[in-house]
Design a protein around this ligand. Sequence first.
Ligand code: PPE
Length: 307
Amino acid sequence: MPIVATEKIWMDGELVDWDMARIHVLSHTLHYGSGVFEGIRAYMTSAGPAVFRLSDHVIRLLDSARVYLIDVPFTHSELVEAVKQVVAVNGLGACYIRPLVFLGYGEMGLNPLPCPVNVSIAAWEWGSYLGDEGVASGVRAKISSWQRHDPNAVPPAAKGTGMYVNSSLAKVEALKAGYDEAILLSSQGYVSECTGENLFVVKGGRIVTPPVSAGALEGITQASVTTIARDLGHPVEVANLLRTDLYLADEVFLSGTAAEVVPIRSVDDRVVADGKPGPVTRQIQEIFHAAVRGEVAQYKDWCEHVG
Ligand code: PPE
């Protein structure tokens, strides 16, 4: 997914020109994956651009930093304002926002504690992560031969940059085998999540999504989907799933900020039900699509306006 340059990137409290947002090659995070980050989307609403669940994303960013003992030199409210500033100053409406906390230049070696902590926030217009066709008709997924990290190897509760080498290995494997997305299992064999999205299974009217203990990130879209589904009267449980639960489901879908809500059409070539996006997936997809644009009264608080 190409990046579409805008004008300014926020770096350590200042707006710098897009092309000047540079770092030294000896920056710690570049070598050891020692940063934490977020993926956030803003949408156009009738009252102007609004960032979806911005406060929650900044809480997760600071929580991720806490897990890694990174002392972020900005407060929650400063970061919230900085995100809004980046959207506004670049004249963006709907866009993707990428805050990154990284350890910069100054020390080399596995001890990250003496390194300077830098923060950048960039935003640009970004289309459907898994393609418009995927959103409409569903994607084909494959169980990866790569396992999700055990929570005592790399903590899934923190959105650490280094964690994503695991996702990249799985993604490339799936793409090279002709699939759209990978599904990772935990070291115990339970379904964890996709490379950058949470998973949901619908079976007999019950909706299940895997827990953090199976290696899944606690997704903000996952939480939104859970609220929407419960408000529609569908029971949602956080529970372990086996790969056969995916093969035998009535519906399978994924959720994430970049991807939004996307049906899964098949898993390891086992077509999910009749291969068409199911009614629960469709309903949740539609409400989510409207909610992020501020069109659903009960979820208006999720839209944090920029102006
Ligand atoms: N699991 C993983 C591993 C993950 O990276 C994400 C977000 C999620 C679940 C869903 O979380 P949430 O966005 O809060 O609903 N992935 C971000 C980065 C994706 C990327 O490819 O980069 C995102 O969607 O922005």
